[in-house]
Each structure stands twice: as structure tokens, then as C-alpha cells.
Design a protein around this ligand. Structure first.
Ligand code: HXC
Ligand code: NAP
Length: 296
């Protein structure tokens, strides 16, 4: 058994219809693909229809099942409602939503225009809220116990320079996750989130680790578990959170980052200390302990 294998049993998502925003590429595509394998009907949506159609065709041919690509800009409520209507028309109902769409790029904040912050916050925060609102209204009206999974980031709570609009927006998404998990719990609606560490995707790497940076900094050396994430690891966790196996979990944010976020630990710099140095340090501390027991 290894981490690159699917984790849940066959049919774990059977009879569920799940909308994955940004499901044509990257992590969204990997999650959609695994959900499809587990028996769910899938709707993938984003701005570029040709990308969605290509992904849908590829997954349909390699996995089978039902996958429906629909064009949708998550900043446009009428397009979200169109996605929901089409999903219901095709599959009868919708049970799950993965808010995975995002926009992001690195930049010194003082270089950003006013529009640059709008574009990120509108996709990530407003888009996630709009989609969740549309599904929440539908679920409450139809007495459906829906499940939402929001894809966040670890810097939503640590903060991070050079991606400030994204950090602000992702933090808002976490606040929404926890707030609605409580407010909608009595409707049986659950909301959880994943905070992934680095999982290589074309979309993120082109905008966050362009060649110039990739040559200078390697993730492997910064991450305690010394590797980047594998898409199947994230898909496994996402499938669990979308399945009934996680029925008692709501309002939770699960970090999946090889320990990257723990780097802030105050004494973690001690990683650099050698065994010989530890021998000397131990001696010094024990000596200090003995001295402190002697009368002044
Ligand atoms: C400064 C920039 C810029 C840059 C864009 N802008 N790139 N400013 N530095 N590198 C400014 C533009 O000048 C413009 O402002 C405004 O941002 C909007 O840019 P447009 O290109 O007009 O927007 P649009 O075509 O809508 O594209 C949206 C986008 C783009 C977000 C900028 O990157 C995109 O489509 N992204 C989708 C996919 C994505 O980002 N994936 C990565 C997700 S990874 P002005 O004022 O000049 O008009 C992630 C977490 C990663 O979120 C964590 C990793 C560990
Ligand atoms: P990605 O492939 O670029 O995915 C982003 C997706 O969002 C694209 O499919 C894009 O499709 C869609 N999108 C962008 N703007 C949209 C809009 N206005 N309306 C609808 N869809 C829109 O990058 P990724 O790495 O897989 O990222 C997926 C998620 O994981 C994001 O939420 C990201 O923040 C999160 N994440 C990723 C990492 C990582 O290491 N990869 C780490 C932490 C968090 P269109 O261009 O067709 O619209």
C-alpha cells in the first residue's frame, strides 16, 4: 500500500453528484477523476469550455461514468445558477460542491493595481461564497444534506507576503467554512476545507514558482517530509471529506503539506545542530543544572 494509490472502497461516492469548480485542470481535475472512479456523477466548470471538454473526454474515456463540462465564471451568479440547473437536469440532484477555482500570482504588494486585488478576491472569496450560497439555498429548499469542500491554503492563517490578495481571500474562505458549518448544521449541510502544501500543477507553478525562482529555491529542502505532495494524496482526503465516511466532521480544516507550515516553530532552527554539537550542548546544560543546585 502506498500514498499514490486510491484509498476509498469502490462505489464510495455512488449516487452522489458533485460539482468541482476549476475541475478542468490541476488539483480540480485530479479530484474530479478520483470522485468519478468512486462512482459519483461529476460536473466540472470554469471559464474555459474547451479545457473542460478536453478533460471530460479524457476522463470519460479512461474511467467511464458521467462527467459534464459547463462553462462558468464563479464571479457571475447567473452562470452559477445555470450550472446548478444543468446539473439537476442531467443527474436529478446535486449533493456536493468542491470550491477549487482560484486565481493567484506572486508580486510585491506595492506593485499591484487596484484591479489586481479585485480579480483575486473576486474569484477566490466572492466566487466561493456565491457558489456555496446557490447550493445552500437549493439544499435547504429541497431538504438535501449537501457537503461542501473548500480548497484553501496554509497561509490563510499564517499570512504570507507576496500573495497578499490570495491570503486575504483564502482566510475569508476559512471564516465562511466555519461560520456556515455551524449555521447550516441543523440542515445536515457540512462544510470542510483542505489546506494543501505544494502540489505541482501547471497553473500554480507558472504563477507562483516561475523558472527564475525554481532554480533558486527547492521545496524538497524546505519541507520536513522532504517532498512535494502527490495529487492522489489530496484526492484521497477530498473523497473522504465528500463521502458519508466523514459524516461527523464539519467546520474542519485539514492541512496536507508534509509539515511545511510547522517551520515557524521557534526552535526548529535546531535542525542544523550536529550530534557532536548536541554532546557539547548537553554537557553545558547539565553542568548549568548542577551549578544551579549548589548554594549561592
Ligand atoms: C502584477 C498582475 C500580474 C503580475 C496580473 N496582474 N498578473 N500584476 N504582477 N504578475 C494584474 C493585471 O495587470 C491586471 O490589473 C489584473 O491583475 C488582472 O489581470 P488580467 O490578466 O486582466 O486578469 P484575468 O485575465 O482575469 O486573469 C486572472 C488571473 C490569472 C488571476 C490574473 O492569473 C488567472 O487566470 N489565474 C487562474 C489560475 C491560477 O491562478 N491558478 C493558480 C492557483 S494556485 P490591471 O490594473 O493592470 O488591469 C493557488 C495557491 C497556491 O491559489 C499555493 C501554493 C503553495
Ligand atoms: P489551477 O490548475 O490553475 O486551478 C485553478 C482553476 O481555477 C483552473 O481550472 C481555472 O480554470 C479555474 N478558475 C480560475 N478563475 C476562475 C473563474 N473566474 N471562474 C471559474 N473558474 C476559474 O491550479 P491548482 O494548483 O490546481 O489550484 C487548485 C486549487 O488548489 C486552488 O484553490 C488553489 O488555491 C489551491 N491550492 C493549490 C496548491 C498547489 O500547490 N497547487 C496549494 C495550495 C492551494 P479556467 O482558467 O478555465 O477558469
Amino acid at each position: 500500500m502506498i500514498h499514490t494509490e486510491g484509498m476509498l472502497r469502490d462505489d464510495a461516492l455512488k449516487n452522489k453528484t458533485i460539482i468541482v469548480t476549476g475541475g478542468g485542470t490541476g488539483l480540480g481535475k485530479s479530484m474530479a477523476s478520483y470522485f468519478l472512479k468512486l462512482g459519483a456523477n461529476i460536473v466540472i466548470c470554469s471559464r474555459r469550455l474547451e479545457v473542460l471538454e478536453k478533460t471530460a473526454k479524457e476522463l470519460q474515456e479512461s474511467i467511464g461514468g458521467n462527467i459534464l463540462p459547463i462553462e462558468c465564471d464563479v464571479r457571475k451568479p447567473e452562470q452559477i445558477e445555470h450550472v446548478l440547473a444543468k446539473a439537476i437536469e442531467n443527474f436529478g440532484s446535486v449533493n456536493g460542491l468542491v470550491n477549487n477555482s482560484a486565481g493567484n500570482f506572486i508580486s510585491p504588494t506595492e506593485r499591484l493595481s487596484y484591479k489586481a486585488v479585485d480579480v483575486i478576491v473576486d474569484i477566490v472569496l466572492r466566487g466561493t461564497y456565491y457558489f456555496t450560497l446557490a447550493l445552500g439555498k437549493y439544499w435547504i429548499e429541497n431538504n438535501i444534506k449537501g457537503t461542501v469542500l473548500n480548497i484553501s491554503t496554509t497561509y490563510a492563517w499564517t499570512g504570507s507576503g507576496w500573495v497578499v490578495p490570495s491570503a486575504m481571500a483564502k482566510a475569508g474562505v476559512l471564516a465562511m467554512t466555519k461560520s456556515l458549518a455551524f449555521e447550516w448544521a441543523d440542515h445536515g449541510i457540512r462544510l470542510n476545507a483542505i489546506a494543501p502544501g505544494p502540489f505541482p500543477t501547471k497553473g500554480a507553478w507558472e504563477r507562483l514558482f516561475p523558472e527564475e525562482l525554481a532554480k533558486k529555491f527547492s521545496f524538497e529542502s524546505r519541507i520536513p517530509l522532504e517532498r512535494v505532495g502527490d495529487h492522489q494524496e489530496l484526492a484521497n482526503l477530498a473523497a473522504y471529506l465528500m463521502s458519508d465516511f466523514s459524516a461527523y466532521m464539519t467546520g474542519e480544516v485539514i492541512t496536507l503539506d508534509g509539515g511545511e507550515v510547522l517551520a515557524a516553530g521557534q526552535f526548529n532552527f535546531l535542525k542544523e545542530v550536529t550530534d557532536d554539537q548536541w554532546d557539547a550542548i548537553e554537557g553545558q546544560i547539565k553542568n548549568a543544572n548542577r551549578n544551579s543546585k549548589k548554594p549561592e
